[in-house]
Design a protein around this ligand. Structure first.
Ligand SMILES: NC(=O)C1=CN([C@@H]2O[C@H](COP(=O)(O)OP(=O)(O)OC[C@H]3O[C@@H](n4cnc5c(N)ncnc54)[C@H](OP(=O)(O)O)[C@@H]3O)[C@@H](O)[C@H]2O)C=CC1
Ligand SMILES: Cc1cn([C@H]2C[C@H](O)[C@@H](COP(=O)(O)OP(=O)(O)O[C@H]3O[C@@H](C)C(=O)[C@@H](O)[C@H]3O)O2)c(=O)[nH]c1=O
Ligand SMILES: [Mg+2]
Length: 284
């Protein structure tokens, strides 16, 4: 089986690369070789590679910057998935794609299920939702995995930022009124490859799923857990979203319920704290 992995240098992409080889021959082009912002190039590449499985782990993920680079975010997060899905449908291949908790407005008291209505608050969330919808409308066999608060030892993420700030400062201010679930990239990659295997064996399992560890916390709660894990001697202070300088509105409560994923794919999803302990034990 020919596997095309897009976004091999991203947090999830780099964790997927080795694991996907269990499923077939993996072709993982660089961004220069396979540019999601170049629709014509994309079409040409897809026709020549003719993958049986397309795994799109690439996206425009700079949430703040997306507010001013809307066109680029749109091409990468919305138009490119549409092109990938179109090609997947024509070739009869399976498209695996990631999406985000930021498709929700966070005004729900409980946990979000797949059947809940999205209502994104920012450009990143809006473009990601458009990408999801284009894939769903394409008629291609697909696996869309919505996840949240991804972190790990590579790339840009809250865990790495906090660890750096904890080395540099004796006091940190972190928003305590946005709730969600932190998810390690490595664990997400492992669960994704498991789910792909299941969908390849039984296409009736294809579709949209929430993929997240259990439990919930605020960014402040996550920062406190990080502080504890690395023996930070300084102070972590809770602040409100309004006190954090940002041009983006983020959902105040985007906890994803992954019960459907756990049930359909027969997985035991640990609590986010167990995920954090795991990442802290891994050599970086
Ligand atoms: N980070 C998070 O907290 C969350 C992420 N997600 C979703 O999960 C997926 C993976 O996210 P994550 O691993 O954090 O991503 P990263 O931001 O770590 O990596 C994104 C990847 O996309 C690539 N990329 C960006 N633009 C293009 C382009 N024009 N053409 C080809 N490749 C491009 C980047 O390439 P390069 O390295 O060369 O720049 C990079 O490899 C995305 O769909 C994201 O929306 C969902 C929820 C939370
Ligand atoms: C660095 C820092 C951030 N914050 C706040 C800002 C924000 O509300 C929160 C998290 O910061 P981030 O920069 O990680 O936020 P953000 O980039 O919006 O994170 C999101 O990225 C996209 C790609 C997703 O899909 C989401 O699931 C989510 O992970 O913490 C503080 O309060 N204090 C700080 O010192
Ligand atoms: Mg960010």
């Amino acid at each position: 089986m020919n596997v095309l992995l897009i976004g091999r240098n991203g947090q999830i992409g780099r964790e997927l690369q080795g694991r996907l080889s269990a499923l077939g021959e993996v072709f993982a082009p660089s961004r220069e070789q396979f540019d999601l912002a170049d629709p014509d190039g994309l079409q040409r590449q897809l026709s020549s590679i003719r993958p049986d499985l397309i795994v799109n782990a690439a996206a425009y993920t700079a949430v703040e910057q997306a507010e001013s680079e809307t066109g680029l975010a749109q091409s990468i997060n919305a138009q490119a998935p549409e092109i990938l899905a179109d090609a997947a449908r024509r070739m009869g291949s399976l498209l695996v794609h990631f999406s985000t908790d930021y498709v929700f407005d966070g005004r729900t008291a409980g946990r979000y299920r797949e059947t809940d209505a999205p209502n994104p608050l920012n450009v990143y969330g809006r473009t990601k939702l458009e990408g999801e919808r284009a894939i769903q409308a394409s008629g291609a066999a697909h696996l869309i995995l919505r996840t949240s608060w991804v972190y790990g030892p590579h790339g840009h993420n809250f865990w790495l930022t906090m660890r750096r700030l904890m080395r540099e400062r004796s006091e940190l201010q972190v928003v305590a009124d946005q709730w969600g679930v932190p998810n390690p990239a490595s664990l997400l990659a492992e669960l994704t490859v498991h789910a792909i295997g299941e969908v390849l064996a039984d296409r009736s399992k294809a579709g949209l799923y929430h993929l997240s560890l259990r439990g919930e916390t605020s960014w402040y709660g996550f920062a406190c857990a990080i502080a504890e894990s690395c023996g930070y001697g300084g102070r972590v202070n809770p602040i409100s979203s309004g006190a954090y300088p940002s041009r983006v509105t983020r959902p105040s409560r985007s906890v994803l319920a992954a019960d459907r994923f756990a049930e359909v794919f027969g997985c035991n999803l640990p609590d986010w704290r167990t995920g954090l302990e795991m990442v802290c034990r891994q050599p970086s």
